[in-house]
Design a protein around this ligand. Structure first.
Ligand SMILES: [Zn+2]
Length: 530
């Protein structure tokens, strides 16, 4: 018999405090849908009455599997529950549950709230009672619980007990300032659950010592049965406990999986990486490549000896299967690459080579030499494929660029500002034909690209669907002189994407190499005849 452990998401309330995050109503609805699909038990939508978006969100009921929850303060000191507009807005909110926040640190009650300890307890009692009378499930977030407990344990506990005894379903112990350490959490929670049953106690941890996830698990080990957190660890300052890390640990680590059930099925666990990236996309944030479980690098192996073991059996260097959370394994070709990395990369691109072929060692040396001067093949697999195919003797010589010229001019007009004009001329040999094309562009690389792809004779039809979708430039300091690394991302009519690379002290030359690789890669892929 496994015990039920409940997940409470506060992405839309505490996560909305993240610097640079500003949810619209449409964002909130889309994120609610993601959370509900995943199998979260409680979705805290926001703080009705605090801002127009949240007021609108709670104006209508939502059909969810999860318990939709409104957040707000207990009644203000010195007022009655019937004479507090903030509490009234909360009680009117179309939500099945209400999560109140109340102070539980005596110092905060006196200094910030400017009231007596007894009046704060009365406020908790009255608010829970009023929400229960409205038929709501009630939670109480005990703000600053751990700091409060260290200062005055009996008062912090009295706040929690008052809510529990009045019928609150959950009392939630908040590490509001995020400075509590896992061993302290475990010890304090252990004392709390002697007074309040653990299946009525939750943990709300902040990440200020990068231990919000560890603190959540420490609390569970000590007896709590609800974890509060956010997707991707959103939240103010250093964020909240990251549910995207917590969920797979609960599902995949036997110590937790054998003891607890959560609302997230195995099938939905496999959507986790996708959900994490979808949230970043919606917020226009770059995903954290190194995020545990779901990051782009979470199952990426670079070092040679690790890669050779992983090819034999993935369990040698992976703690869980990447597919279980919807991620994937990646082996990188890099300056640390060993033979097995190269062999795995060749296999992935469909080149079968005997593993004792001496050309493998030559290819590896070439990769290492090039990476020493600035190439980065792990980011440009198409260029790696061409290099490998050339060394294994299988890339036709489709065409030759015998000349190119790029010119940038600035001209002043009478009355107008200066105008910049860019033109490129390219001379290409295709078989016995010499083709000359000229083009204008919005910059030198664009002009060169347009001219190069204007007329490739008999190959033109193979590159008609080719588009450049991204162009990235970095200046590297390799040795004494700076070199430019250009990465070009391309796409074709079938939706296939590939990335090519060029490195040179000259940005135009680096761009030209990456452009050439992109075109040749497309010709190879399309099976263009030699
Ligand atoms: Zn918080």
């Amino acid at each position: 018999m496994r015990e039920r452990l409940y997940l409470f998401d506060t992405t839309l309330r505490d996560g909305a405090q993240t610097n640079g995050v500003d949810f619209t109503l449409a964002d909130k609805l889309a994120i609610m849908d993601m959370l509900d699909t995943l199998g979260i038990d409680y979705i805290e939508g926001g703080y009705p009455g605090a801002n127009p978006t949240d007021t609108q969100l709670f104006a209508e009921p939502h059909v969810l599997k999860a318990t939709f929850t409104a957040f707000g303060m207990t009644r203000r000191p010195g007022r009655s529950t019937s004479n507090d507009p903030g509490l009234a807005a909360l009680l009117e909110a179309k939500a099945e549950a209400i999560c109140f926040v109340a102070k539980s640190w005596d110092y905060q009650v006196k200094v910030a709230l400017e009231t007596t300890l007894d009046e704060n307890l009365a406020s908790i009692r009255d608010s829970v009672r009023a929400a229960k009378a409205k038929g709501r499930e009630v939670l109480l977030d005990c703000e600053h619980f751990f700091d409060g407990y260290k200062a005055n344990a009996s008062y912090a506990l009295a706040c929690a007990r008052t809510a529990y005894e009045e019928g609150a379903r959950w009392v939630v112990l908040c590490d509001t300032n995020g400075g509590t350490l896992p061993h302290e959490v475990e010890e304090i929670v252990g004392e709390v659950v002697r007074a309040i049953p653990g299946d009525h106690v939750g943990i709300h941890a902040h990440n200020d010592t990068e231990q919000a996830v560890a603190n959540s698990f420490a609390a569970v080990r000590a007896g709590v049965r609800q974890i509060q957190g956010t997707l991707n660890g959103l939240g103010e300052r250093c964020g909240n406990a990251n549910l995207v890390s917590i969920i797979p640990t609960l599902k995949l680590k036997p110590d937790f999986a054998e003891q607890f059930d959560i609302g997230v099925s195995d099938e939905n666990l496999a959507k986790l990486a996708h959900i994490s990236r979808e949230l970043d996309e919606r917020l226009n944030r770059a995903p954290n490549r190194h995020a545990p479980y779901v990051g782009e690098s979470a199952f990426t192996t670079k070092a040679g000896i690790h890669a050779s073991a992983i090819v034999k059996d993935p369990a040698t260097y992976e703690h869980v299967e990447p597919e279980s959370v919807g991620n994937r394994r990646k082996l990188l070709v890099s300056d640390q690459a060993g033979r097995s990395n190269v062999l795995a990369a060749l296999e992935r691109i469909g080149l079968t080579v005997n593993k004792n072929d001496p050309r493998i060692a030559r290819l590896l040396d070439e990769v290492k030499e090039r990476e020493a001067i600035g190439y980065a093949y792990e980011a440009a697999e198409a260029s790696f494929e061409l290099l490998a195919r050339r060394m294994l003797g299988t890339v036709p010589k489709f065409f030759d660029v015998s000349y190119f010229d790029v010119k940038v001019e600035q001209r002043s007009h009478n009355g107008g500002g200066p105008e910049v004009l860019t033109t490129a001329v390219v001379k290409v040999k295709v078989g016995n034909d010499t083709l000359i094309s000229a083009a204008e562009g919005n910059g030198p690389v664009n002009a060169l690209d347009v001219a190069l792809r204007k007329d490739l004779g008999k190959y033109q039809k193979f590159i008609d669907g080719l588009k450049l979708t991204d162009y990235r430039v970095r200046i590297l300091n390799a040795g004494t002189e700076a070199v430019t690394r250009v990465l070009i991302e391309s796409e074709d009519e079938t939706g296939e994407h590939w990335t090519t690379i060029g490195v040179s002290p000259n940005i135009i030359d680096a761009s030209f190499q990456a452009l050439m690789d992109s075109i040749v890669y497309k010709l190879v892929r399309s099976g263009a005849p030699a």
